[in-house]
Design a protein around this ligand. Structure first.
Ligand code: GLN
Length: 490
């Protein structure tokens, strides 16, 4: 299989081709690895490329095909964000504190993909501990946007977005705590899906903020995203917050409806605000007209507590992070200082050396919000406002089936443009954060380009566990438009 044939195939097409022996998993894997080694030096998306492991997995898949075993992702190359544990494989969270961490186990979502014949091609770069929106907070290097190497791919799952955009793999996994799948999907011109909180087990995802974290896919279409979500979804005894919901068969073969008659799409007035780049705003308005043309009813809705979402998120997420990251102290886990010190200094020096500036900022913010005397004023208050935000969505979904908005207020920004100003970076998640606070699913799909040729993404949010309907609404748009098929020249 040559590179041209390989990059033209979707995940579903690869699985079908391997199952019917049109080509082997080994051939697909060689094409994927060749492309990874050719393109990655330009975009720097991989922390580790798993040549040997990928080849071994391909061999096993081909043997299983010969033995007649059905596999939903037979031979499909997949890249994994480097905060997802894979046994025997370095898993860094793009942090110096986990520079040499090799987990002894594989997380559930990844294991389910491997069990269905997925091929692990590599581990991808992220903002350290998934804290950021650009991958500039990686302790190792910044990933470049395949559409413009001077620009960020978004974050925190920037590496996983870049490898799908650059057609190295048709599928990858990210994690989304406040937008880390949807925002980089938008900036890289691909489809990115954050399932309902609890849909996919978090076991084996190194925790950032446990009440917000969710694993999800990057793909080239909503149908491929549905397929891999179906593979990962379902109850897991290792994650008590994973939901005991049957997995809908429709996810595995998502059919885009030709018409959206009877579907109501809500426009939240609080998301159409002056801060959004007019080019982005225009692209979203054009997409709304496309939906109207598909027969959907367009209705106005309100999410009145939106203005508080960023503030609430940066209290809840940092509070949970300060607790989750306490285990990285050079004794339980992670880098240990070489300085000869006493016990207390050992902890503080190891952490001072191991964590980067953004992670330290978040640990300090979160510790402050949880400290006695401030707990009621910050953490408790934030939890109360989170309930109001969740309730906004409950009310809005009485009037509509999906909510449409921009994914990000701007297209990809230049490397360095926002790194000196954390607040302006935090505001790039203004449209994505609420879905995590409310636990609802959200998808970003490509809906246009700036005059400079950078992708623009639109976000659709759905009701809790109403995933099939949400993905179908996204798929309907992708049958009428070609934006998701556009690829960078790289
Ligand atoms: N950009 C947001 C943050 O910095 C969201 C990150 C994420 O979803 N992991 O926290």
């Amino acid at each position: 299989m040559d590179s041209k044939q390989y990059v033209a195939l979707t995940a579903a097409q690869i699985a079908e081709g391997v199952r019917t022996k049109a080509f082997s998993a080994a051939e697909v894997t060689e094409a994927a690895l060749a492309r990874a080694h050719e393109v990655d030096p330009k975009i720097k998306a991989f922390i580790t490329i798993l040549d040997d492991r990928a080849r071994a997995a391909a061999k096993a898949v081909d043997a299983n095909v010969a033995a007649g075993k059905p596999m939903k992702l037979a031979g499909v190359p997949v890249a994994l964000k480097d905060n997802l544990c894979v046994d025997g494989t370095r898993t860094t969270c793009s942090s110096k504190i986990l520079n040499n961490y090799v987990p002894p186990y594989t997380g559930t979502a990844v294991q389910r993909i491997l069990d269905e014949g997925g091929i692990p091609i590599g581990k991808t770069n992220l903002d350290e501990f998934a804290m950021g929106s650009s991958t500039e907070n990686s302790a190792f290097f910044t990933t470049r946007n395949p559409w413009d190497l001077e620009r960020v791919p978004g974050g925190s799952s920037g590496g996983s977005a870049a490898v799908v955009a650059a057609r190295i793999v048709p599928l990858s996994l990210g994690s989304d705590t406040g937008g880390s799948i949807r925002q980089p999907a938008a900036l890289c011109g691909i489809t990115g899906y954050k399932p309902t909180y609890g849909r996919v087990s978090r076991y084996g995802l190194i925790a950032f903020a446990s009440s917000l974290d969710q694993i999800g896919p990057f793909a080239r279409s909503a149908a491929d995203a549905a397929l891999v979500t179906g593979v990962m979804a379902g109850k897991d005894p290792f994650d008590a917050t994973s939901a005991n919901k049957p997995v809908e068969a429709e996810l595995f073969d998502l059919k885009a409806p030709a018409r959206l008659t009877g579907i109501r799409i809500g426009i939240p007035r609080e998301y159409f605000i002056p801060g959004t780049d007019p080019v982005v705003d225009q692209a979203i308005r054009a997409a709304i007209e496309t939906y109207r043309g598909l027969g959907a009813e367009i209705v106005d809705v309100s999410l009145p507590n939106t203005e508080h979402a960023v503030a609430v998120y940066y209290i809840v997420a940092t509070a949970e992070a300060s607790s989750n990251l306490a285990r990285f102290d050079g004794v339980h886990y992670g880098h240990r200082t070489l300085e000869k010190t006493g016990l207390v200094d050992l902890y503080s020096k190891s952490r001072a050396e191991g964590f980067g500036p953004e992670v330290k900022r978040r640990i300090m913010l979160g510790t402050y919000a949880l400290s006695s005397g401030y707990y009621d004023a910050y953490y408790l208050k934030a939890q109360q406002v989170r309930s109001l935000i969740r309730n906004d969505f409950v009310e809005a979904f009485k009037k509509c089936d999906a909510i449409i908005s921009p994914t990000s207020p701007t297209a990809a920004f230049k490397i360095g443009e926002k790194s000196a100003d954390p607040l302006s970076m935090y505001l790039s998640d203004i449209f994505t954060i609420s879905a995590n606070l409310a636990a609802v699913p959200g998808i970003s799909i490509p809906c246009g380009q700036t005059p400079g040729g950078l992708p623009i993404g639109l976000q659709l949010m759905g009701e809790i566990f109403d995933e099939v309907r949400l993905l179908k609404i996204a798929a309907a748009y992708q049958t009428l438009t070609k934006f998701h098929e556009a690829a960078p020249a790289i």
